[in-house]
Design a binder for this molecule. Structure first.
Ligand code: FAD
Length: 179
């Protein structure tokens, strides 16, 4: 780590996006990159590594602790969580991963979001993941490990899903979630 000096790139915010951009730029050994983060490092912090306790991190100093503006019809004490730690919200979130439905991406593209169609985005998602789920669309050798939620997962995701009477199966990869 370089303490001070001049850099080819300075990235403000060592959150999810900032860390990825810094990592990708640093792959070139000929450029220098400075990543600035307002919060502390999360490296080797057991509290961050215990996924089942992620909600306690929201009240631990690893969050900016924003409050919402007073609401006209009540519910004004809601917290608006935003991480203040290296890794950003990906350090203190519950690590749930969804594949973006094809129809949503294609709708974005049809509405003018150039480059966001499923045909353009899905190969990138595939490249990102090592996924243990069924289907040819999944990546098997990317840097991010994604596994199917086990029935008794430590975060209680599957339990909440069942309590909301959702079927305990994978939804089809191209199906939009409806309430
Ligand atoms: C509680 C919670 C749970 C979530 N759960 C999931 C989930 O399960 N799955 C999922 O896919 N997504 C989840 N998300 C969403 C996901 O984590 C975010 O969309 C994503 O992390 C945003 O990345 P980002 O880089 O835009 O911002 P952030 O990750 O918020 O990064 C911004 C960084 O900039 C830093 N910063 C801000 N101001 C300054 C400054 N002036 N100087 C230096 N640094 C600064 C902050 O401290 C922070 O680290 C969750 C989000 C929250 C809040």
């Amino acid at each position: 780590m370089i303490e001070a000096g001049e850099f080819d790139y300075v990235i403000a915010g060592g959150g999810t996006a900032g860390c990825v951009v810094a990592a990708r730029l640093s792959e070139n050994p000929n450029v220098t990159v400075c990543l600035l983060e307002a919060g502390p490092s999360d490296v080797n912090d057991g509290a961050i590594l215990r996924l089942e306790d992620w909600m306690y991190l929201l009240d631990s100093g690893y969050d900016w602790d924003y409050l919402v503006e007073p609401q006209e019809k009540g519910n004004s004490f809601l917290r608006h969580a935003r991480a203040k730690v290296l890794g950003g919200c990906s350090s203190h979130n519950s690590c749930i991963a969804f594949w973006t439905p094809k129809e949503d991406l294609d709708e974005w593209a049809a509405n003018g979001c150039e480059g966001w169609s499923a045909a353009e985005c899905w190969p990138r998602i595939r490249r990102l993941e090592t996924n243990d789920g069924p289907g040819d669309h999944h990546g098997r050798d990317g840097p991010v490990n994604i596994r199917t939620v086990p029935p008794e997962d430590p975060c209680g995701v599957a339990r909440c899903w069942r309590q909301r009477r959702r079927p305990a199966c994978r939804r089809r990869a191209s199906t939009r979630v409806r309430r």
